[in-house]
Design a protein around this ligand. Structure first.
Ligand code: SAM
Length: 389
C-alpha cells in the first residue's frame, strides 16, 4: 500500500523540508513528447527568415519565394555515351541551351544581375580561363519551366544525361581543370560534380571520396551508369570512403585541384522536403556542428593541394556562417600553420554566366548563385583558393 502511494506523489525539496506534491499539480514542461511538433521544413523556414532577412536584406523575399517554388534542373550531357550528340540535338530542338558553350554570347544578352552590365568585358576576356569544350549542360531558357524527361540508355547501357541543379556545375568550372591534373573530390557522393569534372577529359588521376558508406555506394552506381567499364577499371579513378577531415594528412600536397563540396544545411531541400531534413530536431547538434566540420574539411582540402594548386570550396546554402566565415576561418588557420592561401577572383565566372544564373551582389569572398523565379537554380556558394607554399 505504501509503495502505491509513493508512485503517485513526487518529492519536492523546499527549504530543507520535504513536501509531497500530488501528481495532478505537477507541471511537466520538458518532456520531449509533449513539445509541439513542427515539421522540419517549417523550422528551417523560420530559421532562414530570421537569419537571411538580415543577411540578404530586401533580396530575401524574392529568394524565399524562389526557394519555395519548383527548382530548375540542367541536363549534364554524358559524353561517354554514344548518343551524346543526338541527345544534345534533341534537347536543343526542344528549346534547351548549353549554358556553358553559349557563354561567349553572354555579352550580347541581358544579364540577370544588374551589376554585370557595368563590367568592362574587354578587360576581363584575358582573365577568363579556357573551359573544356567537352562539358555541356543544357537548360531551358529563362522563364521556361519545362521539365526534362528521364534519361535514356544507349546500346551499351550508359545514360545520356545526368539531371542536377545547373548551378552545381559552376564549382567544377571554377576549378579550371587542365590536361594531366590530379584531382581530389573530397565529399563526392552521389557524384554529380564528379561526373561533371570527368566530362572535361582532362583528369590524369581522380580520387573521389565520401565518408558515408551508403552514399559512396551511390557514387559507384552513378559512375557505373555513366562511364564505360574500361574507364573505371583503369587506375585513373579511385573511390574511397574516408573521413575527409583526415585525408589531408594521408594525401598531403598531392593534388593539382581539390573540390571541397561540403555537407551543409542544403537550404532548398530543408524548406521543401521533410525526409532527411537537417532541421529535424534529432539533428540539431549535427546542424550546429556543421561550420566546424566544414572548416576541418576545407583545411584537409588545403593540405591535400600541392603548392600552386587550387581548392574550390562549395555549399548549397545561403548561410554566411557556412560560406564566407568558413573560408575566412580556414585561411587564418592555414596561415597559423605556415600555409599561405589566396582567394582567387571568380568574377569571370559570374560574368560569363550572368544571363543564366542570378548571382548575389558582391560578397566578401566567393560567389553565390541566388534562387530567382526567372532562373530558379541554386543556392550554390563557391570560393576558390590557391595554395602558394
Ligand atoms: C553536398 S554533398 C556532396 C555532393 C556531391 N559533391 C555531388 O555533387 O553529388 C556532401 C557529402 O559530404 C559527405 N560527408 C559528410 N561528412 C563527411 C566527411 N567528414 N568526410 C567526407 N565526406 C563527408 C556526405 O556523405 C555527403 O555525401
Amino acid at each position: 500500500m505504501a509503495a502505491y502511494i509513493c508512485t503517485r506523489f513526487c518529492i519536492n525539496k523546499f527549504k530543507d523540508s520535504v513536501r509531497f506534491i500530488p501528481r495532478r499539480y505537477r507541471v511537466k514542461s520538458k518532456w520531449a513528447q509533449t513539445r509541439p511538433k513542427f515539421p522540419s521544413t517549417t523550422i528551417a523556414l523560420q530559421n532562414f527568415d530570421a537569419t537571411y532577412s538580415i543577411q540578404l536584406g530586401n533580396l530575401w523575399p524574392s529568394v524565399r519565394v524562389a526557394m519555395l517554388s519548383e527548382q530548375k534542373y540542367g541536363a549534364l550531357i554524358n559524353n561517354f555515351s554514344s548518343t551524346a550528340s543526338v541527345i544534345t540535338s534533341e534537347l536543343q530542338a526542344e528549346g534547351c541551351i548549353d549554358f556553358i558553350g553559349s557563354h561567349q554570347h553572354s555579352k550580347d544578352s541581358m544579364p540577370l544581375h544588374k551589376d554585370s552590365a557595368e563590367v568592362d568585358v574587354s578587360k576581363l576576356a584575358t582573365q577568363e580561363p579556357t573551359i573544356s569544350p567537352d562539358i555541356k549542360c543544357l537548360v531551358f531558357p529563362q522563364g521556361d519551366i519545362s521539365r526534362f524527361k528521364p534519361s535514356r540508355q544507349d546500346s551499351s547501357g550508359l545514360l545520356g544525361y545526368y539531371l542536377l541543379d545547373a548551378a552545381s556545375v559552376l564549382p567544377v568550372l571554377a576549378l579550371d581543370l587542365q590536361l594531366g591534373h590530379a584531382v581530389l573530390d573530397l565529399c563526392a557522393a552521389p557524384g554529380g560534380k564528379t561526373l561533371a569534372l570527368l566530362q572535361t577529359h582532362t583528369v590524369s588521376f581522380l580520387l573521389a571520396n565520401d565518408s558515408s558508406g551508403s552514399r559512396t555506394a551511390r557514387l559507384c552506381k552513378t559512375l557505373q551508369s555513366y562511364m564505360p567499364r574500361e574507364n573505371l577499371e583503369e587506375n585513373k579513378i579511385q573511390i574511397s570512403s574516408f573521413d575527409g577531415c583526415k585525408l589531408g594528412q594521408i594525401e598531403e600536397k598531392r593534388f593539382d585541384r581539390v573540390l571541397v563540396d561540403v555537407p551543409c544545411t542544403t537550404d532548398r531541400h530543408s524548406v521543401m522536403v521533410e525526409d532527411n531534413n537537417m532541421f529535424n530536431r534529432s539533428r540539431t547538434k549535427e546542424r550546429q556542428r556543421l561550420p566546424l566540420l566544414q572548416i576541418q574539411l576545407l583545411m584537409a582540402g588545403i593540405h591535400a593541394a600541392r603548392p600552386g594548386g587550387d581548392i574550390v570550396y562549395s555549399t548549397c546554402s545561403l548561410s554566411q556562417l557556412q560560406n564566407e566565415c568558413v573560408v575566412q576561418q580556414a585561411i587564418c588557420q592555414a596561415q597559423e600553420m605556415g600555409i599561405s592561401v589566396q582567394v582567387q577572383d571568380l568574377g569571370w565566372l559570374t560574368r560569363c554566366f550572368s544571363n543564366t544564373f542570378y548571382f548575389a551582389p558582391q560578397l566578401s569572398v566567393g560567389e553565390l548563385v541566388l534562387p530567382h523565379l526567372c532562373a530558379n537554380f541554386g543556392p550554390i556558394y563557391m570560393c576558390k583558393l590557391r595554395r602558394s607554399n
